[in-house]
Design a protein around this ligand. Structure first.
Ligand SMILES: NC(=O)C1=CN([C@@H]2O[C@H](COP(=O)(O)OP(=O)(O)OC[C@H]3O[C@@H](n4cnc5c(N)ncnc54)[C@H](O)[C@@H]3O)[C@@H](O)[C@H]2O)C=CC1
Ligand SMILES: O=C(O)C(=O)COP(=O)(O)O
Length: 587
């Protein structure tokens, strides 16, 4: 995969133990810092240097940490649960959060079964007893799994894998999951129950496999435990906090629950005198220190999975399992990529060409973006939407850089009151020279009193300077297409003509009469500005016939220049000898 890296290598911080298999993929192009044992304060102090952060469950990726992470593009969770990551803040900052949704599923499911068996046969207690020189065969009689009812809360990936293994053990399977896939449940011989209460009363073994979210926090507390059989045993390899630890200790003490196998706790590692530590110490509990994902195989899987995604993101591509961005298939992304570049350029051209007019009134906030041809068949246009927001806003956003991307584009557009209507045109494009093209239309119907004034506050050096003699009121239209993977602009306002939106461009509107090119060329020449290419755009067909409107003999001149054009030169271009309007844009 080509990685466009110039200058120092981007830095990746790994504050936890992550398998070297994935890290090997990073080392060639990135500086990989493995720093274990950092305090939250130490982490906050250094995070500003890093573009990627790879964590497991121990690192708390808080809002405070994310805000200090000025360069951060991605938080990669080498595992499933992202409850230790403030995904909402990451989203608002445009930081992509990725995980490995299936790399450790089997490990978690097998660990659940290991705990189930250990609890059923008193393995933990028996092990401690024999090591203490005892031989307590009478006290340590267990129960069999075969024929017992396994009640599963959360029939997702881990829950289903547990069900399949338990089926092989001859267990009867029931589950509660309001969002379960009924055919997958049936194929795994699982009977779905309509409520948690219905599930709990039948459980010989209860196992939890949901994420820790508002609806699952404290879902097994005193009231629920009291509805269960006193012979029931409880397993938790999902997350601490789903079971009320104090209530479970009490139920075990009172003989209301027979035993528990617990891998995850409300505080990890457990604080002294905490509910977690009391649960761990309980003789009827088999406890493990969050080992569900800790197999060699699972750690290899998750490491490779997230490191590949980090490489993609730092190379400007999209990951395959982002938690806060839409999933886009690699083939689809490849098709979209040149159009993403095109749309971003169109947005930036819009902002710079139209909006930095002296009083900044013309930054319209309602845009139509119309996809035609092959683009109408795409599953998602989210990357194009994000590229448009990025293009529109980047020239007027302060340079210390808001990271605008697919993660936060919608939010940012909303915050700034920019309305974007995406449309797929069903028009036949067979007679057109390109298989797909895109039109950006800024609507003139908006009341000017609502027009944004961001541009008047702009301090961006890339914001264009435009000088003009007159300002027609109509929709502002930019049209473009991709050819040979390169973006082209094919229409700007009333003018049609092809040019590549790249570098510094001087765009002049002028009467289509002799001498204009010479006039502009000579003025630029005197100012030491070199012209690299030039394109002339006559009026678009729709506007050609409007004789007598004073505009039918106009054209656009687009010149690629090798440096910025000074204010004095810009002023000198306008006039009866010269052009009607001129703007400089940097794309
Ligand atoms: N102990 C460990 O080391 C590991 C723990 N895990 C944890 O296992 C849990 C499950 O992981 P996956 O199966 O991959 O997730 P998943 O997303 O595939 O499945 C979760 C299931 O929970 C269901 N669910 C959501 N809210 C529910 C509710 N209120 N009541 C009942 N069901 C509900 C969902 O519909 C879904 O089917 C996660 O919390 C994850 O962090 C995963 C891997 C290792
Ligand atoms: O993947 C998960 O959700 C886990 O709980 C595994 O956590 P870990 O990566 O072992 O700290």
């Amino acid at each position: 995969m080509p990685i466009p890296i110039h200058g120092p290598k981007p830095k990746i911080l790994i504050p936890e133990k992550v398998s070297p298999d994935g890290l090997a993929l990073l080392r060639e192009n990135f500086e990989v810092d493995e720093k274990k044992g950092l305090s939250p304060e130490e982490l906050k102090n250094i995070i500003g240097d890093y573009e990627a952060l790879i964590v497991r469950s121990e690192t708390k990726v808080t809002a405070e940490l994310l805000q200090a992470a000025k360069k951060l593009k991605v938080v990669a969770r080498a595992g499933v649960g992202v409850d230790n990551v403030d995904v909402k803040t990451a989203t608002s900052l445009g930081v992509i959060v990725v995980n490995s949704p299936s790399g450790n599923i089997n490990a978690a499911a097998e660990h659940t079964i290991a705990l189930l068996m250990a609890v059923a046969r008193n393995v933990g207690d028996a092990c401690a007893s024999i090591k203490n020189g005892k031989w307590e065969r009478g006290r340590l009689v267990g129960v069999e799994a075969k024929g017992k009812t396994l009640a599963i809360v959360g029939l997702g990936k881990v829950g289903l894998t547990v069900a399949r293994i338990a089926n092989g053990l001859g267990m009867r399977l029931i589950a509660y999951d309001p969002y379960a896939n009924h055919s997958l449940a049936a194929a795994a011989s699982v009977t779905l129950k309509d409520s948690l209460a219905e599930l709990l009363k039948d459980a010989d073994f209860l196992t939890l496999h949901t994420p820790l979210i508002a609806s699952t926090k404290g879902m097994i507390s005193k009231a629920e435990l009291e509805t269960m059989k006193p012979t029931a045993r409880i397993l938790n390899v999902a997350r601490g906090g789903m079971i009320d630890e104090d209530a479970l200790v009490e139920a075990l003490n009172e003989g209301k629950i027979a035993g528990a196998g617990i891998d995850v706790f409300t505080s990890e590692p457990p604080e002294a005198e905490s509910s977690a530590s009391r649960l761990i110490a309980h003789p009827k509990v088999v406890a493990t220190p969050h080992l569900g994902a800790s197999t060699k195989e699972a750690q290899e899987n998750v490491s490779i999975d997230v490191c590949e995604q980090v490489v993609s993101i730092l190379s400007g591509e999209l990951p395959r399992s982002a938690v806060n961005a839409p999933i886009i298939l690699p083939e689809e992304y490849r098709t979209l990529q040149p159009f993403v570049t095109l749309v971003e350029k169109m947005g930036s051209l819009y902002t710079q060409h139209y909006s930095s007019r002296v009083n900044a009134k013309h930054f319209r906030t309602t845009f139509d973006i119309i996809y035609e041809g092959a683009l109408t068949n795409l599953n998602t246009t989210k990357p194009l939407f994000a590229a448009l927001v990025k293009g529109l806003l980047t020239p007027i956003t302060s340079s210390d850089g808001l990271n605008i991307n697919i993660v936060n584009a919608e939010l940012l557009a909303k915050e700034r009151g920019i309305l974007i209507n995406e449309q797929r045109s069903r028009e036949n494009v067979e007679d057109k020279p390109y298989s797909s093209f895109i039109t950006l239309r800024a609507r003139a119907s908006r009341s000017q009193s609502h027009a944004r004034s961001d541009l008047s506050r702009s301090n961006s050096p890339s914001a264009a300077r435009t000088l003009k003699q007159e300002q027609p009121e109509e929709d502002q239209v930019i049209q473009g297409f991709v050819s040979g993977n390169k973006p082209f602009i094919s229409r700007l306002d009333r003018f049609k003509g092809e040019f590549i939106p790249r570098g510094t461009l001087l765009i002049c509107r002028n009467f289509d009469s002799c001498g204009k090119i010479g006039f502009v060329g000579s003025l630029l020449g005197k100012a030491g500005v070199n012209i690299k290419f030039m394109s002339v755009a006559p009026l678009h067909d729709d506007h050609e016939t409007a004789e007598g409107d004073g505009q039918s003999d106009e054209a656009l001149m687009i010149l690629g220049v090798d440096k910025q054009v000074g204010e004095d030169v810009m002023k000198g271009l306008i006039g009866p000898e010269g052009v009607l309007e001129a703007s400089v844009v940097t794309l």
